[in-house]
Design a protein around this ligand. Sequence first.
Ligand SMILES: [Zn+2]
Length: 353
Amino acid sequence: MDSYYTQYGIPREAARIPKRQTKGKARYARGKETKEVIAPQIIQDYRRLFVNRPAYTLQSARPHPETGRHYYFTPKKVGTGAPVELTESTIRRHLEGEITIGLYAINPANQRCKWLAIDADYQNAMEDLLKLQYRLTQDGVEPALELSRRGGHLWIFLARPLLAKDCRVYIHDIALRLGVAVKGWGLSEGIEVFPKHDSIEPSAFGSALRGPLGIHRAANRRFWFHGADYTVDAQIAYLNGFRKLTEHELEKLIAGKERLKLDNSPQERSTASGRRARTARLEFRILEYVAPLRKVGRNYVTRCPSCAELGHDRSGDNLAILIRDPRFYKCWAGCAKEMIRAALGCPTHMEIA
Ligand SMILES: [Zn+2]
């Protein structure tokens, strides 16, 4: 893994767990992150940069017993089931490493996002990210590179929230020109663009991405932005300095460019069950997210999105969905419901006190 980083001039240390931090306030125990004191201004800055709506997701502190993965859940209030809103205290706990939150790209009130992020997590991910970063810089866009386990995220900050569909046109066009694969149905490897939808319904969440500078529960460490010291203070100061893309600039960048059909927006699905689902939209309906390939007996059969993420189920028949009641579905390879929901960007709920 290190070779990807060093090959492109990223310091080897950036891809490693810092055993002991000498700068700033942070101190690290062996393999475990400890707390850094987070000033109120840092929380304000973080909110301004990353938080576009009150809804958020929470990464499970414990791995799933069957899969060992740490899924994201939508926190709901115990008793009422009302969604829990993101507060400054939640952001502070995230930055202190006590909890790990995921942030939604789109605010359904205006279909706009505050940032766009390109997620690349596959073998040659860093190569693609650096190609994209270089190309974006030529457009006058300044993306920040956050490292992850196998690749990273490029974050582009916006001066004011911009229409999700316009942001997607821009990134997809660039990826297409560079020959960078975009992950989608049937394509298991490639970049993922957040926002993942052109628009979402008023009650929908869309897709969330791990909030930067939190501790990844599975890796038990933070992933940092390349280019600043490894403290939350230094990283936020660094991010504050990035140029923010304006609406006028984006309009010029996408002028005359076509919208690619890479959208997963529910309203683009025209199945009968999709229409029915909109009348009961609080309920998860898998047919809004996957396209049934064929009918086999009492079921629709299609590629399991969770298997697909791992490059499996190429024959596209692992997921069976009961035609009579599509609330019931099953992956024959044994993917847990949480895995399928997470792969669809629609995590299951969890009640928190
Ligand atoms: Zn599966």
